[in-house]
Design a protein. Structure first.
Lengths: 292, 433, 276
């Protein structure tokens, strides 16, 4: 269908976006790669202008042998996985609920999507202080009012607390996408199944879920991309203590707190590799699922 | 707001036409502590005097550190004045990143700066940052509860006495904890507190050859004592309590004792915020009889990054903000208890200020701190609650995270110390020691 | 489509949905309530907080201390500027991908998305050094470009999915009638694509408004948006819940209101090609 002419026009039209993103990826990536093989301690007076010492793979070796490395991979996976599971399951439930006829549907929708508009910093701060604070937080007051000992959320249940905060922010997104998918669900097919005597769980598993699979895939893909790099929520709540140091946070700690740019850059390269593994993995499932 | 801007513009204009210096706009990065916010409120006074305008970048402490450190180490030149502490100043000064403050005017009277502060903000005898306020740490305790317990706080108590007093004052029924101390991770939070506690138990971060010392018995003794004290008589969830959390607990009358920054004294004795304002006594931070008390030394100071185009205006600002006149300005408007403390000798010779209940104890605490000789055993470093090397902030934050995990009951003292030893050794190797 | 639903059923649905909606919205509502309370009251139990007198004091303090209008203006410029610039770059690319697809289209799309996975903290130093060299620190122009680049993959993908839903036959017909490429885009494609572009714009304005790493680290005073404004109210000494609530309300209210007014577009538009 496409002519030679339209093909080259198409290439021309894609060029700006591709070139810009390539630049945005390659320039920092090249510099990160360069730094990762160098001893770069800015606080010790190392700078690009003075020239940096070559240290081979020392930074790479040091980054993975650190006792914080594997726990950080674990924390990353738990947070990303936890949020994905929660948002998808609750998202399906919510979308299903919002799709039913009701009074004030518009207003309820607004209430449900509102968290999406809240800055991650604000939501981290608000959850940490106004809700999870073990002395003055909302939850602590509620717990005490029923005579229970308040939970120390961000130390005793640090990972679940973070998952809760991040899920709260991303649930609206999942809900919205799943809701749009529900709205295109073939009601006649459902009704036919109902008449054939299929119970609700059966109808859900055999008709609704397959229909949603595409939407779920999109939710998983987009959220994974954003969740792998969450930072603000951890920065304002636990600062990486109590096992909440994700890979991103570990890199932050190496670069900015320890002021070891070489070491942090090596960590950055590992994170890029991890991201690409995830990307390839996602492309496999998504690619199949998105082909129309 | 509009009126204020208009006024500011008018004063600036009149000065330009009359005065000699031309007006500049300087950008100042500062921390969102109460004294700095108050200083922001007086900016108009500075503008009226000099004609220079000020752009404030007020940030929370962690964000500020991240921001100014990136900027100074890359020579980004975003700020004309940075608010930094006693930890950063000597390191940055040594790197040649700060403008030396060796030509301040005669009326500024640089010799009036408290010797401890001046020493801590200098490198090789050159002052690199002017202290806006300085602090040590001391014990703040409830006089009423102490009396009820039938005890009397010595002027210079031991840690054993603190434990005894905490046991006597602890009253879970009435929601009163014997003692509130920092357990929050972060080198400037719980990390600072456990370090000074360890100092008083004879522990040290490094030996003379820069070998980490967490495998030594003194650290174990100090950490074990702290954990037992807090588990027995401390508040629930102290693993996440820092300065601010403890301040709030103490103000609400939930602590018998609180050992923390001397600047807290003006908050806990302020009847507007504190329910126990008239029942607070002060004492020197405790020791164990080994010759070192567990008090620190810190200053928030103003420094000029090398390379700024507005050095002259920046110096004028620093001279204004850390001057005797500024202190008088605040005293006249908000009372002596609210002036920035701990920076100038003359403040502690002023009878008006000495009438403030915590003034003398603050000065005594500051004088009891010696950054050049912080520990019982010899060390190769300067700094009491920190080690003035660039790697310390990163290391100590990670170490304090391990300790906070102990406070939260997630690992044992031995596990935490072993991890601290390993990660400190590793980081020091990475830094080339 | 429309099924007969009993009033009873509808009532149960409504109750359940309202309960869940309020539960999810509650933290925001609570910030709002607290922002009108005195600092000393804000730490009390929830019932005491509600009973405490209402006050505008916190908004006064925040207004006095910070230059809200400048932060707000910067946020608006950055969010809309970066998104509009992004649309400018993305529309041709998405058009080409949707209507002249090749074997590699999907790979290019997913590669674009994968650039979003680079951890920002890891490249802070390189970007900071680059910005110094280019003189872009604390400039709105520099940040607009960075935010545009961050969101570009999402913009391209969203537009691509909308464009793909436009039937190719219409374009064929236009071409038969002798429309040039230019006219085809302007008169045929654009009107059909406007709803999709509107939701893309909305979503990316939200994402750019909330971006808190680059906007904080690449600015000082002049270009700092509301994310920096918030950073001056988090965890100061003393009590801060009420002032933090007031500042938070001021930072999220504009985008929340915009979102509410446009929620129809957002609800309809946010498919990412998930619906076929």
């Amino acid at each position: 269908m496409a002519t030679q002419h339209s093909r080259s026009a198409a290439r021309l039209m894609m060029a700006p976006a591709v070139v810009l993103l390539l630049g945005w990826m390659l320039v920092p990536l090249t510099m990160t790669l360069y730094f990762s093989f160098k001893k770069y301690l800015p606080m010790r007076g190392d700078s690009l202008a003075n020239g940096l010492d070559w240290v081979g793979f020392a930074n790479y070796a040091r980054f993975v042998t650190s006792s914080s490395f594997w726990p950080s991979v674990y924390a990353t996976l738990v947070i990303v996985g936890g949020v994905l599971v929660i948002t998808v399951i609750l998202g399906i439930f919510l979308a299903l609920l919002l799709d039913q006829p009701m009074w004030g549907q518009g207003v309820v929708r607004i209430l449900v999507i509102a968290p999406f508009f809240v800055m991650p910093t604000v939501s981290g701060l608000v959850w940490k202080n106004m809700f999870m604070d073990p002395v003055n937080g909302f939850f602590a007051h509620v717990w005490r009012s029923v005579g229970a000992e308040p939970i120390e959320w961000l130390s005793q249940a640090s990972l679940p607390s973070l998952i809760l905060i991040v899920s709260w922010q991303w649930l609206p997104f999942a809900t919205l996408i799943l809701l749009t998918a529900f709205q295109s669900l073939d009601q006649e097919q459902l009704e036919a199944a109902e008449m054939d005597g299929a119970r609700w769980p059966q109808r859900f598993v055999f008709i609704v879920l397959p229909h949603l699979s595409r939407a779920i895939t999109v939710v998983l893909l987009i959220q994974t991309i954003f969740l792998l790099s969450i930072f603000a929520e951890i920065f304002v709540t636990t600062q990486g203590s109590f096992g909440t140091k994700t890979l991103t946070y570990l890199i932050y700690q190496r670069v900015l707190e320890s002021q070891n740019v070489g070491l942090g850059s090596a960590g950055g390269v590992y994170a890029i590799i991890l991201a690409n593994i995830v990307a390839i993995f996602l492309m496999r499932i998504v690619g199949k699922n998105l082909d129309a | 707001m509009f009126l204020k801007n208009a006024l500011r513009a008018a004063t600036a204009l009149s000065l330009v036409t009359v005065g000699s210096a031309y007006a500049e706009t300087i950008t100042i990065a500062t921390v969102n502590n109460g004294d700095m916010i108050r200083m922001q409120g007086y900016t108009d006074d500075f503008t009226a005097k000099t004609g220079h305008d000020v752009e404030w970048v007020t940030l929370e402490e962690n964000v500020l550190r991240q921001r100014v450190t990136t900027d100074i180490s890359t020579k980004g030149g975003q700020f004309d004045i940075m608010t930094i502490g006693m930890y950063e100043t000597p390191i940055w000064g040594a790197n040649g990143w700060l403008v030396p403050l060796n030509d301040l005017s005669a009326e500024y009277d640089v010799d009036d700066i408290l010797p401890a502060m001046r020493g801590g903000l200098s490198h090789d005898g050159t002052l690199y940052a002017a202290p806006f306020y300085g602090e040590s740490s001391m014990i703040m305790y409830r006089t009423d509860l102490m009396e009820k317990a039938g005890l009397e706080m010595p002027a210079a108590p031991t840690w054993e006495f603190i434990r005894e007093a905490a046991a006597a004052m602890d009253d879970p029924e009435s929601d009163i904890n014997g003692v509130c101390l920092r357990g929050k991770a972060g080198w400037g939070e719980g990390g600072a507190f456990i370090t000074v506690t360890a100092n008083s138990f004879g522990a040290r971060w490094f030996d003379e050859n820069w070998q980490a010392q967490f495998d030594q018995p003194e650290w174990k003794e100090a950490l074990t004592f702290f954990v037992n004290l807090m588990n027995d008589y401390g508040p629930q969830g102290y693993a996440t309590n820092g300065f601010n959390e403890n301040l709030s607990l103490f103000q609400q009358g939930k602590c018998g004792m609180w050992i923390d920054a001397t600047v807290a004294a003006s908050f806990v004795t302020n009847p507007d915020d504190s329910t126990v304002a008239d029942k607070v006594g002060f004492a020197l931070a405790p020791d164990t009889g080994l010759g070192k008390r567990s008090n620190w030394l810190w200053a928030w100071a103003l420094a000029i990054p090398a390379g700024t185009q507005k050095e002259a205006a920046a110096k004028q600002f620093i001279e204004w903000a850390t001057s005797k006149e500024y202190i008088e300005l605040v005293a006249a408007n908000e009372g002596w208890a609210n002036v920035p403390p701990g920076a100038r000798t003359s403040l502690y010779e002023n009878p008006d200020y000495l009438a403030v209940p915590f003034a003398q104890m603050t000065l005594d605490s500051i004088n009891a701190a010696d950054p050049t000789n912080p520990t019982v055993k010899p060390v190769p470093y300067v700094g009491i609650q920190f080690v003035a090397i660039p790697e310390f902030a990163g290391i100590a934050t990670e170490v304090s995270q391990e300790f906070s995990a102990v406070y939260a009951g997630q690992q044992t003292v031995d596990e935490a110390l072993a991890k601290a030893q390993a990660l400190t050794t590793d980081a020091m190797e990475a830094a080339g020691y | 489509m429309a099924r007969a639903v009993t009033t009873r059923q509808k009532t149960i649905n409504s109750l359940a949905a309202w309960a869940v909606g309020l539960l999810i919205f509650f933290p925001i509502l609570w910030i709002f309530v607290m922002s009108f309370k005195a600092e000393g009251d804000a730490i009390k139990t929830p019932l005491e907080v509600l009973a405490a007198p209402w006050t505008l004091e916190n908004y006064g303090v925040v207004q006095e201390r910070s230059n809200y209008s400048r932060h707000f203006a910067n946020s608006v410029i950055l969010a809309f500027g970066s998104t509009l610039l992004g649309l400018l770059v993305a529309v041709p690319a998405a058009w080409a991908m949707a209507f002249v697809p090749s074997k590699r289209t999907k790979d290019i799309l997913l590669w674009m998305l994968s650039t979003k996975m680079l951890p920002a903290v890891g490249v802070l130093y390189p970007i900071y050094l680059l910005f110094i060299r280019l003189g872009l620190l604390d400039s709105r122009a520099g940040l607009v470009v960075v935010l545009m680049l961050i969101n570009l993959p999402i913009i391209v993908w969203m537009l691509y999915t909308y464009f793909r839903e436009i039937p190719g036959e219409i374009l064929e017909a236009a071409r038969m009638d002798g429309a040039t490429l230019h006219e085809e885009i302007l008169y045929v494609l654009t009107p059909m694509a406007i709803p999709g572009m509107a939701s893309t714009l909305l979503l990316n304005v939200i994402l750019a408004w909330n971006e808190a790493f680059w906007t904080l680290n690449l600015t000082a005073a002049k270009a700092a948006p509301l994310t920096a404004f918030i950073a001056s109210y988090s965890s100061p000494e003393g009590l801060f819940y009420a002032k933090l609530s007031a500042a938070s309300t001021m930072a999220i209210a504009p985008i929340l209101i915009m979102g509410w007014f446009s929620q129809k577009q957002l609800v309809r538009g946010l498919t990412f090609g998930a619906v076929k």
